[in-house]
Design a protein around this ligand. Sequence first.
Ligand SMILES: Cc1ncc(COP(=O)(O)O)c(C=O)c1O
Length: 427
Amino acid sequence: MKKDAEVISSSVVRWYPLVAESGSGCIVKDVDGNEFIDFNSGLVVLAVGHSHPRVVKAIKEQAEKLVHYSWTDFYYKPIIDFGERLSEITPGAHSKKVFFSNSGAEANEAAMKAARWHTRNPLFLAYTGAFHGRTFATMSLTASKPVQRRHFFPLIPEVTHVPYPYCYRCPFRLEYPECNMWCVNFIEEEVLKKFHTPEDTAAMFVEPIQGEGGYVVPPEDYFQRLKKILDKYSILMVDDEIQSGMGRSGKWFAIEHWGVVPDIITSSKALASGLPIGVTISKSEIMDWEAGSHANTFGGNPVACSAGLQVIDIIKEEKLLENATRQGTYMMKRLKEMQQKYAILGDVRGKGLMIGVEFVKNLETKEPAPDEVIDVMNKCFKRGLAIITAGKSTMRFAPPLIITKELVDAGLDVFESAVKEVSAELK
Ligand SMILES: Cc1ncc(COP(=O)(O)O)c(C=O)c1O
């Protein structure tokens, strides 16, 4: 760690001293041989677990054949196969086009550029609390924590942020469902009709479940109503599934919980089980940009695409969407039971294996408890559970989709012991 501090940029966050050396399934092992149940999935990447044998085999076989041959200049088969398979599993029966890149931020950059090119409109809408990346364009959409923007201005100016449907902390201080979802009507009445002219707007970026912002789940009919408004004004919906996609929520893509078909979908993290890749998938007619208008060197690397093809097959054959739903439902049940016992657990929410538990100092005032959640996180680490937080004071539960009930129980036992201790210290 000392050497790391000498060599590595100080801009990255280190949650606790986990020095990973190897991983297998849902377990990550450190350099001292300590084993941790991995509720992080290496930051929501290892959906099929660490070093799944089929993924490792595919990587080896592809690496022996062809490691790279610049997809934007020449042809090779794995991008077509992977693009086709991704088009099949993303919502909507319409014809689709696929653009590959290397990361989530790049996938969103491509979506921004495609939306501007197609519509010829400059403006974007995004949410408060959103996280879409850290490049200059995507940082302009990101509105999660001040540290992500501080001292980096100017950003791209044409982004308006509207409140995310965060019912536990409604920005309008209203109650669902009596509110009749004013937050969605607000976008039309107070933004589009007053200053953010729809005829100049290219797209709205949405996270179907806000990830970095605190694992926030919008109400049941929210996205259906939002899509109607966007369609009314011919504004594209870009669905950022970089964290929530590839089965995390129990569906291939989380927006499916709302039955909405977005115009553009972006994904990354879990796509190739740890190899860098990002993807932007749109209705065919949207990606009508001219040759040379957007490209990169490494996107859609053949080794990553081969790994990705395995990820899709594994999720299907090992029935991981079903497992995510089953284990997630069980996890939510246990966490809700804990919520009854410990007053620092203010809210339990999630879908599939994308679950957030928001810590509060007081159940009435809902004052966030950022120190307490960090205390619990550190205690978990000392006891063999790797888990981190999101938003101001939310613990995020995102284990690999292959997790078993035994490991869910083992992890939750560690979590509960830490919550119990921190709760007792508060008294
Ligand atoms: C929803 C979402 N969008 C975009 C990104 C950015 O992805 P990357 O870090 O690969 O650039 C992330 C990363 O956490 C994310 O969660």
